[in-house]
Design a protein around this ligand. Structure first.
Ligand code: FES
Length: 110
């Protein structure tokens, strides 16, 4: 079974990065962004992935099927800046094999 997926992350400068993300390490999208250093230290993942800071907000650009939002995620996004219809919190998206081809753009730092 293929455990790595290929996803595309557009950073806050508009640069596209095609990266390989493991699906067998319980990693979420925010952690993938951090591990590839696609956002400066201290500007993403501030709450540690608790859905309490929105620093990991991203816009989902592909039609990849993602897990539904939890109440916590929805509540946080309702208070965050720069929110769009396709906003999600990266820390709430666990990498799974079905996410091959996912394309996301990091929301601006707020
Ligand atoms: S890291 Fe804080 S909400 Fe995702």
């Amino acid at each position: 079974m293929e455990l790595d997926i290929r996803i595309k992350i557009i950073d806050r400068d508009g640069l596209e990065h095609e990266v390989v993300a493991p699906t067998d390490m319980a990693m979420n999208l925010m952690e993938v962004v951090k591990s590839y250093e696609l956002a400066p230290e201290g500007t993403i993942g501030i709450c540690g992935g608790m859905a309490m800071c929105a620093s990991c907000q991203c816009y989902v650009l592909s039609d990849t099927e993602l897990p539904p939002m939890s109440d916590d995620e929805e509540a946080m996004l309702s208070e965050a800046f720069n929110v769009k219809d396709n906003s999600r919190l990266g820390c709430q998206i666990q990498m799974t094999p079905g996410m091959e081809g996912l394309v996301v753009e990091l929301a601006p730092e707020s």
